[in-house]
Design a protein around this ligand. Structure first.
Ligand SMILES: C[S@@+](CC[C@H](N)C(=O)[O-])C[C@H]1O[C@@H](n2cnc3c(N)ncnc32)[C@H](O)[C@@H]1O
Length: 264
């Protein structure tokens, strides 16, 4: 089955089975997430500034030298891409980035990690969710990291550490040094083996408040297989599937494993 067909079929399934708003969500914590994070439409102070930045990226004709270390783009094959084309096809949407912002704000996340910086707009959303949240963002493409750094500098956001490296090289070192990472957004190298490897390594630093977010869980059959295995892991207490991303929570107070699908 092709990845496109898998995506369409999975979306149709999601459309019919997913919860709408908080209907049928009985866990108090998950219900609170529905109300305050997933279905909350209230705009935060930073959203206007960040969407203006997205508008600028969508018109930016400058070229980025691409190095693809992931499982490959389903849209691009060229070595150079315009910033505006990456902004259309290669970064998180307004809905996804605002959701991450709200979730980090709600969870009072103190130290976040993003695997896959790209242009760095989503990194800014994460960093601006709380003024004292530290964000580390990793990407193997040097031009993208430089672009993201310059954009953060221009916005006067200085609590982001950008790392130019492959995930496999940077992650073990970060995990051994920074046990306090409590929010991780995994948005690159979308393959079964890589997703399972990142999940297994991150389990070492998981605490009660930790959130792991896996992007593109229906990107391919392999990614969906990884998502199914991750949410079935005994340490995982709550999983929320929005079709675009999968959210994993480890809260000890949730006694019976909960799995929800939300239609956003
Ligand atoms: C989908 S983009 C990230 C989008 C960004 N997080 C956002 O929300 O806008 C994926 C990025 O991951 C990077 N990447 C993929 N595989 C990687 C690897 N193995 N090591 C480091 N970076 C990788 C690519 O260079 C690309 O910029």
């Amino acid at each position: 089955m092709s990845s496109k067909f898998h995506q369409i079929l999975s979306y149709i399934k999601h459309y019919f089975v997913a919860h709408r708003r908080g209907h049928g969500v009985h866990s108090p914590f998950a219900y609170q997430l529905c109300e305050e994070v997933f279905y909350n439409k209230h705009p935060f102070y930073a959203f206007e500034q960040l969407e203006k930045l997205r508008e600028q990226l969508l018109q930016d004709e400058s070229l980025i030298n691409m190095e693809d270390y992931g499982s490959g783009s389903q849209v691009f094959k060229a070595k150079q891409r315009k910033v505006k084309d990456i902004a259309i096809h290669g970064i998180s949407t307004k809905l996804q980035s605002e959701l991450l912002f709200r979730l980090m704000n709600f969870m009072h996340s103190e130290k976040a990690l993003e695997l896959g910086t790209s242009l760095g707009l989503n990194t800014l959303y994460m960093a601006m969710s709380n003024s004292n949240t530290k964000v580390i963002s990793i990407d193997a493409c040097e031009d993208l990291v430089e672009h993201a750094k310059a954009m953060a500098h221009k916005q006067k956001v200085d609590h982001i550490q950008f790392i130019h490296a492959k995930f496999d090289e940077a992650l073990p070192q970060l995990i051994s040094q920074s046990s306090k990472i409590d929010f991780v957004y995994i948005d690159g190298n979308h393959s079964y083996a890589a997703s399972m490897q990142y999940f297994d390594s991150l389990l070492e630093i998981v605490q009660n408040n930790t959130v792991l977010v896996f992007d593109d869980i229906y990107w391919s059959k392999d990614m969906t297989k990884a998502w199914e295995e991750i949410k079935a892991h005994p340490k995982v207490k709550l999983s929320i599937d929005t079709f675009y991303s999968g959210f994993i929570f480890f809260k000890e107070e949730i006694k019976e494993k909960l799995q929800y699908q939300f239609f956003l």
